[in-house]
Design a protein around this ligand. Structure first.
Ligand SMILES: O=P(O)(O)OC[C@H]1O[C@H](O)[C@H](O)[C@@H](O)[C@@H]1O
Length: 575
């Protein structure tokens, strides 16, 4: 794309406000910035749009959002009147412009004759997934950039089962967007008039109630909470986002009496003023909560990201220090706990299964299989886990107990099809209460878990590659890995290489190849000697290449040592 011509087209367009034009004028001397804003449209992938807020074709703004809404509207119209009447549920988080983009989308859909159900204020992402299923909508939109830094926003689109848009529908939206002129091709109308005519219906507390009732049903053994509720305390932080109301509420309904919320981070604010990254992956975000926990002698902290789909926890260890758990550790703890509680309460279904992504710890498989529960893998992205759940429903082959990814996303229950921090917080709190009734802390339970299932250790090394040059470098890197296969990584021999684009697994010793079940994603997966894995993939949500290192050892230290040695190799390979 001729980015200078596109820049000028925008600069001269009368649709821009004075402020928008001034923002574009302010970069006129900066060619690199112009290129980054105009080199290509934001791509509409299966997770919708995600990008930095600002004026430009490759930015999140009212024009790019309008084009996406029109693309979705066209897809729904092509599905016929019944689909249009089923409507679209729309939610948003605490980011800048999230409510504006949500309202704008509702007006664009309504102008195409599609009913919309718009939340009255920010809501957890999983509540949107629930609302789509609950109200029988054809689709859903969520304005959020999830856990990304404050400069970002995003446009996640969901389909009728409450999961993120399947690739076939995403392709249609992308094509419709490309055929829609960003300035003149988007139809809209008056918000007030649409509300009055019922084309836009506002969702409020009644939807929260229906959602919370469903979440509560996922609790496996809530009686244990009642036994310890008088003394048990926990600290909660929503990182300035959508978990602020419903997470404490579900914990209260579960029976907790002492929920200490971090007051600064309970304030809704798209600048996320107290954290660098509103992402439970980073410990720094928990600093205020840890202080609060220390003052109140609390040993469990729960944090949820701005759209309340990710959940992180911090525990007090035996020396009194506060340590963060990884998404893998929390996931395995929950698998182990859910299986225990299901057995205890006689609620284990026939053919139980857990689901995880290929970059998620193998310890999950060990925990499941040791207990007679099957474990299945999918690609990264909750939409793939949701697809598997749907497949189980269709064939009746398995009943899923729990699905999770190392990226701090967990789901149980049938009411939603995206990871749910409200449910995860509830299950974590229930699990902590259960161990308390056994005279243990969650930290004790985690240590025992390693003794039971083996010493696994994982680390993700992320290498940021920003801008247009970063995109090019990522492409080159993945191409190089395919052209010149790695024979060794660090000091380890590569035994098998899996290319998940072609779906081929090659034995390095003799070049023999076999077809795998999963294919079609840009992931290179190396099986190293000694059962260690090393996986490279470009992130789908941030300008990063991620290297996932997963090892098993005879002790915690031995596993960690293997991982550390390979971290250095990761930085050598991904440059
Ligand atoms: O590694 P990335 O492509 O950035 O994705 C990391 C995560 O992003 C989002 O949160 C998706 O909903 C998750 O399913 C995914 O695991």
């Amino acid at each position: 794309m001729d980015y200078i011509a596109e820049y000028k087209r925008w600069l001269e367009n009368p649709a821009l406000t004075e402020n928008e034009r001034a923002e574009l004028q302010s970069v006129q001397e900066n060619k690199e910035e112009i290129e980054s804003r105009f080199f290509a449209p934001l791509s509409f992938g299966t997770a919708g749009l995600r990008g930095v807020l600002g004026v430009g074709l490759n930015r999140m703004n009212r024009f790019t959002v309008g084009q996406a809404a029109q693309g979705l509207a066209n897809l729904i119209v092509s599905n016929g009147k019944a689909a249009m009447d089923r409507g679209v549920a729309i939610a948003y988080d605490s980011r800048h412009f999230s409510p504006e983009f949500a309202k704008q989308s509702a007006c664009i859909l309504a102008a195409s004759g599609i009913k919309t159900l718009l939340f009255d204020e920010l809501r957890p992402t999983p509540e949107l997934s629930f609302a789509i299923r609950h109200y029988g909508c054809i689709a859903g939109i969520n304005i959020t950039a999830s856990h990304n830094p404050k400069e970002y926003n995003g446009y996640k689109v969901y389909w009728e089962d409450g999961a993120q848009l399947p690739p076939a529908e995403a392709d249609v939206v992308a094509k419709e967007m490309a055929a829609t002129d960003i300035f003149s091709g988007v139809r809209t109308g008056d918000y007030g008039a649409f509300v009055e005519s019922g084309m836009i219906r506002i969702l409020g507390r009644e939807t929260d109630e229906a959602y919370l009732n469903e979440v509560l049903k996922v609790a496996v053994n809530p009686d244990c909470v009642k036994q310890v509720a008088d003394e048990f305390k926990l600290v909660y932080t929503p990182f300035h986002g959508a978990g602020y109301r419903l997470v404490p509420e579900i914990l209260r309904r579960l029976g907790y009496k002492h929920i200490i919320c971090e007051p600064e981070q309970m304030k809704i604010d798209g600048d996320f003023p107290t954290v660098k990254n509103p992402n439970p992956e980073y410990k720094e975000g928990f600093n205020l909560a840890i202080e609060l926990a220390r003052r109140n002698d609390v040993d469990l902290i729960i944090g949820t990201d701005p759209d309340a789909d990710r959940t992180g926890i911090v525990l007090k260890d035996k020396t009194g220090d506060y340590v963060t758990l990884s998404g893998n550790q929390v996931g395995v703890l929950l698998i182990d706990y859910i299986i225990t509680a299901r057995k205890l309460t006689n609620t284990m279904p026939a053919h139980p299964a857990v689901l995880k992504s290929i970059v998620t710890t193998e310890m999950a498989r060990a925990a499941a299989e040791k207990n007679g529960v099957a474990c299945f893998d999918t690609f990264t992205g909750f939409k793939f886990l949701a697809e598997k759940i749907k497949q189980f429903e269709k064939t009746g082959s398995h009943k899923y107990l729990f699905a999770f990814e190392e990226s701090y996303g967990y789901l149980a229950g049938d009411y939603a099809r995206d990871k749910d921090a409200v449910t995860a917080s509830m299950l974590i709190a229930e699990m902590a209460a259960y161990y308390r009734t056994q005279g243990k802390t969650l930290y004790d339970a985690m240590e025992e878990m390693y003794e039971k299932y083996g010493y696994y250790c994982e680390k993700t090394v992320s290498i940021t590659m920003p801008g247009v040059s970063g995109l090019t470098r990522m492409k080159e890197l993945m191409a190089e890995l395919r052209e010149k296969p790695l024979g060794r990584i660090g000091t380890h021999q590569v035994e098998y290489t899996r290319d998940y684009m072609s779906g081929i697994r090659t034995r390095m010793a003799d070049g023999s190849a076999e077809q795998m079940e999963l294919k079609g994603q840009n992931v290179m997966y190396y099986e190293l000697e000694g059962g260690t894995t090393f996986i490279i993939r470009p992130s789908g949500t941030e300008p990063k290449v991620k290297v996932y290192i997963m090892a098993k050892g005879d002790s915690k230290a031995a596993a960690a040592e293997k991982v550390e040695a390979l971290s250095a190799a990761a930085k050598e390979i991904v440059r």
